[in-house]
Design a protein around this ligand. Structure first.
Ligand code: AMP
Length: 548
């Protein structure tokens, strides 16, 4: 017997209509590409999204057609989120930090009809344009006056397109499983692969983001959205923000510590989200200017950190310097991305801080909607004892079933699990702890050493800005850990100093065999350490412990 409830499809257009109707005045603040501040609200985002939908229709953009963006977090990019998906086309957010060859590969692979770009990426777009035969037009996301000097075929102006279009538009109704947006994974090896989200998957994900033990996003939050709109839909916050009517503060290209601090203060942000690198920059700024800053001006209470492991030292700093709680979350492009979130249980209330930090270092528990499990080499599930580690797999209605245009072939196993490529432990309460990417784990003799564990300890050293640990060939142990340290400005560290600092914080046999100081560490386009590059660079490094 079927239930007798209404079959209304879950469409993203419903989100922006709701935000306009019930949270119309709630602000959308943008730090623009030229450094100026721009103030909008959900009502205006909705009416401009309708203008853009009309303009795209006039340009001949079809349902299902992909429209690319190369853009920072600003109100215009947010308008595109709702206009393009709402009209039934597919928003393809391209990561502008990728190499030009990757950008053109991705745009061609997605067969994007139009490319919208911020003027800061004009030279990138100009460089790749000759390799993009299918693109019908390029749209500069600015006014006509700001387009000077941009030389592209079929170049259009965003503000002119909107000015010529009506704000009256009826969002179409279609199947909720229709594709809404497309994001390519950065992929450390091979070509990037597209994850194609649907209206339904995105909507379900948004509800979870708004739930109390999800991200707990609400109408009372002022959110500094540091995570880029081109990185897994900014972790779903543009949609969840519209669902609950949160204020969004969009930092544009202004991601340096000083600007993040200013936005937190001026916009009274109580909530923020971003990868660890951004927070390293914020704390670096705070520590260098502590004498002149009044930290009590900030009202930041919750910070979601994911994309890479949040080191314990960072969790402690948020607490001690800002009185803010770091919510450690894990996920990936293929999981939309929210999969596990570090909210605590009733029994953890009142835990001594040190014990609470022990829990916060883990990446939280699976949220309803995502099942996660760890498996051993034999394919059998491993015990949830916080010790056994194995391949982490996920499944659920907002987990990818495959990649766009069938890249990578069949990705799910017979039981519908998606292999994440991460190695993790699960404890009895279901807290997951990522020990490594499977290709980054260090295989020393028969044992595995977690590079993330060692990095987290190393960055606890007061002189260390960032650390990376990679496996280096060893004649006896197969691989041993090498610690690469990027020291804070004006500071130095030595091998002996680091090893002494780390001793006792990890089993002796896990300690790095060598420490090398470097001027900087390479990152991927999404801010993760580029271990592949480091492994190549240090492939021939001779460990002092190697007798051969
Ligand atoms: P992406 O698809 O670019 O978002 O990358 C996803 C990958 O980032 C995951 O498979 C993990 O390896 C890593 N990752 C994400 N969140 C965390 C976290 N909190 N701790 C450790 N690694 C993480």
């Amino acid at each position: 017997m079927l239930g007798m409830m209404q079959q209304r499809p879950l469409l993203l257009s419903g989100l922006i209509e709701h935000a306009a109707a019930y949270h119309g005045d709630r602000e959308i603040v943008s730090n623009m590409v030229d450094g100026s501040m721009h103030r909008s609200n959900w009502r205006t985002v909705c009416s401009r999204a309708k203008q853009l939908a009309n303009a795209l229709q006039t340009l001949g953009v079809q349902p299902g057609e992909r429209v690319a963006t190369l853009a920072w977090n600003t109100h215009r990019h947010l308008e595109m989120y709702f206009a393009v998906s709402g009209m039934g086309s597919v928003l393809h957010t391209v990561n502008p930090r990728l190499f030009p060859e990757q950008v053109s590969y991705i745009i061609n692979h997605a067969e994007d009809g139009y490319v919208f770009f911020d003027t800061s990426f004009a030279s990138l777009v100009q460089a790749v344009a000759p390799q993009l035969p299918r693109v019908k037009g390029f749209v500069a996301m600015c006014t006509r006056a700001q387009m000077q000097g941009i030389d592209l075929p079929n170049l259009l102006c965003y503000e002119e397109l909107l000015a010529a279009a009506s704000p009256t538009y009826q969002w179409p109704t279609f199947d909720e499983n229709t594709a809404s947006s497309l994001c390519y994974t950065s992929g450390t090896t091979g070509n990037p692969k597209g994850v194609l989200y649907s209206h339904r998957s995105t909507m379900l994900h948004s509800w979870t983001a708004c739930s109390a033990d999800g991200l707990g996003l609400s109408a009372r939050d002022s959110v500094l959205l540091v995570v880029p709109l081109f990185h897994v839909n900014a972790w779903g916050v543009p949609y969840a923000g519209a669902m609950c009517g949160a204020k969004l503060v969009l930092p544009g290209p202004g991601l340096a510590g000083e600007n993040i601090y200013r936005l937190l203060r001026e916009e009274r942000c109580n909530f923020s989200l971003g990868v660890p690198t951004v927070w390293l920059g914020l704390f670096d700024y705070i520590e260098r200017n502590q004498a002149t800053l009044d930290l009590s001006e900030l009202v930041l209470k919750r910070v979601v950190v994911g994309g890479s492991a949040a080191p314990r030292a960072m969790i402690e700093k948020f607490e001690s310097l800002l009185g803010a709680y770091l919510i450690h979350a894990w996920g990936m492009s293929e999981t939309s991305p929210l999969a596990s979130i570090g909210n605590l249980l009733d029994k953890h209330q009142g835990l001594p801080l040190e014990q609470r930090f022990d829990l916060q270092v883990k990446q939280g528990r699976a949220i309803f909607g995502v099942e996660i499990e760890i498996f051993g080499d034999d394919g059998a599930p491993l015990p949830h004892d916080g010790k056994a580690f194995g391949d982490l797999k996920a499944r659920g209605p907002w987990v990818a079933a495959g990649y766009y245009r069938g890249e990578g072939g069949e990705v799910l196993d017979a039981d519908g699990w998606f292999p994440t490529g991460d190695v993790a432990t699960l404890d009895a309460d279901g807290f997951v702890q990522i020990t490594d990417r499977s290709k980054d784990v260090i295989k020393s003799g028969g044992e595995w050493i977690s590079s993330i564990d060692l990095e987290n300890i190393a960055v606890g050293h007061p002189a260390v800005q960032e650390a990376a640990v990679i496996g280096v060939a060893h004649s006896k142990w197969q691989e041993r850990p090498l610690l690469l340290v990027h020291a804070k400005e004006g500071q130095t560290v030595t091998r002996e100093d680091m090893l002494a600092f780390m001793e006792g914080k990890v089993a002796k046999w896990c300690l790095p065999d060598d420490v090398v100081c470097v001027d900087s560490l390479p990152h991927t386009a999404t801010g993760k350490l580029q271990k592949l590059k480091l492994r190549e660079q240090f492939r021939t490094h001779r460990l002092p412990t190697d007798p051969a």
